[in-house]
Design a binder for this molecule. Structure first.
Ligand code: GPU
Length: 839
């Protein structure tokens, strides 16, 4: 009975000795305990990596306590939960972040110190968890941090890829990809839940059976694999709440195929079973183009099926009636990658729970919300019907039926406008008949979110114009954000201390709007001095790293100018490189006197190209070819350096952003849905040189156009410029009959003629920006770009002005915290409330 239960609980608690303690001595005891019993090294002799392992397990224990308490509390209060479904999470390192969010950074540092170790060195031992490609995946990670910090009852669901994003190595200036077998060194941050498993089925046929006089479709699957849960605790800052990121790994089913084993072919049977594990083996490395690969589709369904079984089981433990589902469950689709969820929930409700179609559809339309991360329709995900029909035959039927109902509704609303009907259809007819996952997601979601104001505007007027006409109320803007915990507190401790000192509080770490208080000190000379000192310290760290990576020595007096992000033609790293060549040409043509007035530059470029993206790979090679020329030109010396930072990832970003003076965000207007790197640089007091694209438009609103360097065509000029070479909106400005300025042509010529070597190899790259083909308008924007660069140089000479702009950047960065984004989602999209676990 209850009494017995309580007596048992009390005895357990007395044995437990209370919760783990966080004073330095207790931490040391625990670290040594883990050295001896978890790492199995002698406590009298262990190295930095073993110290990392032991400290991580020490922290993990503390996370587990909080995580248990949080989940017991959620179970007791039964709040509406958010399930954040994403195929990618770029978590990076966990140790520093956890220690900071638990509020035990100083204690840990002291504990390690007394054991003869240094926290920074120990933290450096950790490898990145890189289960994602770029912005979309890192944004998922920032959102998890904010969900935990703001006490929301949320779960993240994802895949536990055994190989994360490839490692980039550079050989002779070319990118090579190496597998990232990140689990080789163990992962103390996950908890294997060997008993939380679900069967996931594929292939097979659909049959019709009689059920209580009704005809009912059932799916007879042909293959079964097992999904095993791995839980990753996500601690909030300034709260006990620690939420869960549950990642699924594929394992062979524990059910045996008896026949195969009885035929005596034992070895082959085992080998075949083992193939199941390939499903979660490797992350697809091409961001924004997932088209028509069976393994990718298998990954998506594997993820969807396991997550939804888990979510439904939890719902059924707490509730009996599916009418309550919309009040208790919010399912969020992070882009279309998890959108098979829609068909899967319909299948569960109709085929397994025997709800009628309309009732099930009504429920489904109340639980899904959707965020799209792309501006351009070409990037939208499509799944060939043949592929889907063979892998998931029942789901294909369901998708057809959803579309049938939608088309009927649409005909009633808009009449027999066949062109519009076919454009809005979930099914795309044509050479390859496909399912349009974005259309599916829009039809079924109660909210469709854009990731910046400009992005939402494009969705409404272009990409999803017809859907906007049909359901204007569905479309909402939720401008992205990044977490200041990682992007200031973890990555820039000196700035953290400085901000807190001058604001007189650390409250901004939970309440980022407080950062605006820095404006009060924007003209204080002491503040300026300390601000510049912090930047100098961070530049020193970065310079050391650059020298270690590339052998190039750089001057701390130079302007550190950074462009780090995935390599894409639309992000225009090529424009940056052309600008650098231009600068080089100018320097070469100057006399000694003029050179003395030049602001020295260190140009830093970093980023990965998708393995199959030839043009992006050529950009990387060109960068190296130009760097080789410039860096070895003794004539130029410290006036200009170009370095490519290899293997750009989250932990490299943490080092690069604090040390940057200037950062570049060069996407042709109308291509970058939001951008989040710009926000991270902003938080680190780095000035932006940018086009008016994505979220930069809102950064301008917040800090004023005077506090960054803007250039380039505006979004509503781009179409005209592409077509006519001039903008109808600004005829005077672009009146030149030559679309492309002479300087640009000259630089193109140099590359074409082999000035940097590899003439043949760069040919297609040059062709892609030749006047007629210059889709991303490099030539058109070139002069404007050079002007913005010149303005940056001019301002850098005036350090007082520069520092002012830098301070105002940080002061205006509060709006770009993911805390703001998440609160907005919680209140207006998910309709969830904070659920704070008591201390
Ligand atoms: N983004 Br679609 C990705 O990183 N990968 C993708 O496949 C797609 C979008 C990015 C957007 O390019 C970027 O503008 C945005 O800030 C980010 O998603 C998060 O919304």
């Amino acid at each position: 009975g209850l009494g017995e239960h309580r007596a048992k609980a009390e005895r357990m608690f007395s044995l437990m000795d209370g919760f783990l303690k966080n004073d330095p001595i207790s931490l040391q005891k625990d670290i040594l305990h883990h050295v001896e019993y978890t790492v199995a090294r002698s406590r009298f002799s262990f190295d930095d990596f073993e110290a990392y392992q032991a400290l991580s397990h020490t922290i993990r224990d503390r996370l587990i306590e909080r995580w248990h308490d949080t989940h017991i509390f959620f179970k007791r209060t039964k709040p509406k939960r958010l399930y954040f479904l994403s195929l990618e999470f770029l978590m990076g390192r966990s140790l520093s972040n956890s220690v900071i969010n638990l509020g035990i950074q100083d204690q840990c540092a002291e504990a390690l110190n007394q054991l003869g170790f240094e926290f920074e060195v120990v933290a450096e031992q950790e490898g990145d968890a890189a289960l994602g490609n770029g912005g979309l995946a890192r944004f998922s990670a920032c959102q998890m941090d904010s969900l935990a910090t703001l006490d929301y009852p949320a779960w993240g669901y994802g895949l536990r890829y055994e190989y994360g994003l490839f490692r980039q190595i550079i050989v002779d200036g070319f990118q090579h990809e190496q597998p990232d077998y990140w689990l080789n060194f163990g992962n103390p941050w996950e908890i294997a839940r060997i008993h939380v498993t679900y069967e996931v089925k594929f292939y097979g046929t659909v049959e019709e059976v009689e059920m209580n006089g009704d005809k009912q479709k059932i799916w007879i699957p042909g293959e079964t694999v097992e999904a095993v849960a791995y839980d990753n605790p996500i601690p909030g800052y300034g709260t006990r709440n620690t939420i869960n990121l549950r990642l699924w790994a594929a394992k062979p089913s524990s059910k045996f195929d008896l026949e195969a084993y009885n035929t005596g072919d034992y070895i082959n049977s085992v080998v075949n079973r083992q193939r199941a594990e390939t499903i979660s083996n490797v992350l697809y490395p091409d961001d924004r183009s997932h088209q028509g690969k069976e393994l990718r589709l298998k990954q998506q369904y594997f993820f969807v099926s396991a997550s939804l079984q888990d979510i439904m089981r939890r719902f059924k433990e707490e509730h009996t009636n599916f009418d309550e589902l919309p009040e208790k469950v919010a399912l969020h689709l992070n882009d279309t990658h998890p959108s098979l969820s829609i068909a899967e929930v319909m299948r569960m409700l109709v085929d397994e729970e025997h709800l009628n179609w309309n009732k099930a559809w009504d429920i489904v339309c109340k639980i899904f919300s959707f965020t799209t991360h792309t501006m351009v329709a070409e990037g939208l995900e499509k799944i060939p019907v043949d592929l889907l029909g063979s892998l998931l035959p029942r789901h294909l039927e369901i998708l057809y039926e959803i579309n049938h109902h939608f088309m009927e509704e649409l005909k009633e609303r808009i009449g027999l406008d066949y062109s519009r009907l076919s454009q809005m259809s979930i099914v795309e007819e044509g050479a390859v008949k496909s399912i349009r996952m974005a259309n599916l997601s829009i039809v079924c979601s109660h909210t469709v979110n854009g990731v910046s104001k400009l992005h939402l505007e494009t969705l409404k007027t272009k990409t999803f114009k017809d859907f906007y006409g049909l359901w204007p109320e569905k479309f909402q803007c939720k401008t992205n954000g990044v977490t200041q915990r990682r992007w200031i507190v973890v990555s820039n401790p000196s700035l953290r201390d400085l901000i807190s000192k001058w604001l007189g509080t650390e409250a901004w770490i939970r309440d980022p709007d407080i950062l605006s208080g820095l404006r009060d000190h924007v003209d204080n000379a002491d503040f300026h001095l300390e601000w510049k000192m912090v930047k100098r310290i961070n530049k020193m760290r970065l310079a050391e790293y650059i020298e270690a990576m590339s052998g190039v020595k750089v001057s701390l007096d130079a302007m550190f100018d950074v462009q780090v992000k995935r390599i894409h033609e639309y992000k225009r790293q090529l424009l940056n490189i052309f600008g650098i060549i231009h600068r080089y040409n100018c320097l070469k043509n100057m006399d000694k006197d003029s050179r003395r007035k030049v602001v020295p530059r260190v140009c830093i470029i970093g980023g990965k190209a998708a393995p199959g993206y030839e043009m992006a790979k050529k950009i990387i090679k060109l960068c190296h070819a130009v760097a080789e020329k410039i860096n070895n030109d003794t004539d130029i010396g410290d006036l200009l350096k170009l370095v490519f930072i290899p293997d750009y990832n989250v932990s490299v970003a943490e080092l690069v952003m604090p040390g940057a003076d200037l950062s570049q965000h060069l996407s042709t207007a109308g291509n970058e849905a939001s951008g989040t790197g710009n926000m991270k640089f902003l938080m680190n007091g780095c000035l932006l040189l940018a086009t008016e694209d994505g979220s930069t438009v809102e950064i301008i609103e917040e800090i004023g156009a005077d506090n960054l360097f803007l250039f380039g065509a505006k979004v509503d000029e781009v179409a005209d410029l592409r077509e006519n070479g001039v903008s109808n909106l600004a005829p005077l400005q672009n009146a030149s009959p030559l679309k492309v300025p002479l300087q640009f042509v000259r630089i193109l010529r140099m590359v074409r003629d082999g000035y940097f070597g590899h003439k043949d190899y760069f040919k297609t790259l040059c062709d892609s920006v030749e006047a007629a083909n210059d889709y991303y308008l490099l030539g058109t924007d070139f002069m404007s770009y050079l002007e913005a660069q010149a303005a940056a140089d001019k301002t850098f000479v005036n350090q007082e002005k520069w520092t002012r702009m830098s301070i105002l950047s940080v002061a205006g960065s509060g709006r770009f915290s993911s805390d703001r984004t998440i609160q907005d989602y919680a209140e207006s999209t998910w309709k969830i409330n904070p659920c704070r676990c008591p201390l």
